[in-house]
Write a protein that binds this ligand. Sequence first.
Ligand code: C5P
Length: 241
Amino acid sequence: MLRDPGPDLHALKLSRSLIVALDTPSLAEANALASRVADSADALKIGLELFVAEGGDAVRTLARVRPVFLDLKLHDIPETVDRAVARVAALGASLLTVHASGGPAMLERAAARAEKEATGLRIVAVTVLTSLDRADLDAMGVARSLEEQTLALAKMARAAGVSAFVCSPREVRALREVLGADALLITPGVRPAGENLGDQKRTDTPEGAIAAGADAVVVGRPIRDVADPRAAAERIKSSLS
Ligand code: C5P
């Protein structure tokens, strides 16, 4: 399932795309899952679990299968994030998440560093996590509505030079209206109709997210945790077109 990493490998274009979250504790398990879903996945997402366990090897190895979306959700002082972005670029990831709530200076430095490294790495700003609801925002002292908070964070990130965003399927329509056609919108927290939501609260179906204006959906457990991940990924991918 290895692909030849051509010159455009990391310049990832997403449209009606499926990103499969390889939320596994080891590279061996991630490789096994990746080889099953590679034909349907437009990109592979490496999250905290796998990155903490296997580090840069996971990125280098999986980037030879499909483009890698490294979901580290960085949120630190600008200098620290800037330096981490340089290291992620060197690993060959195509997308890297940072929390928009890290603020304008952090976002600016992250976007500028990714551009300067010129490996095709694109910074993706996470707006409001799809696991949070109104009660969570109240507990965090955020008075704005979920949609207002998502839009405010996205506008701030765009002003700082970020053009890709993670948001809930519920907010994708409003974000698309505000950010326009050029923004790359990625929605996790999607569930095929009738499936267990787990800890996700603001969800929709994959096809619903795309119809609302998302460029790509991220799917983890509905593929990882079923008897036939290959068939599940194929079903979801074909529902997007
Ligand atoms: O298993 P499930 O399909 O819920 O996986 C969703 C994936 O997307 C997880 O890896 C999670 O970390 C990630 N994610 C999310 N919400 C965000 C950003 C990323 O669920 N706002």
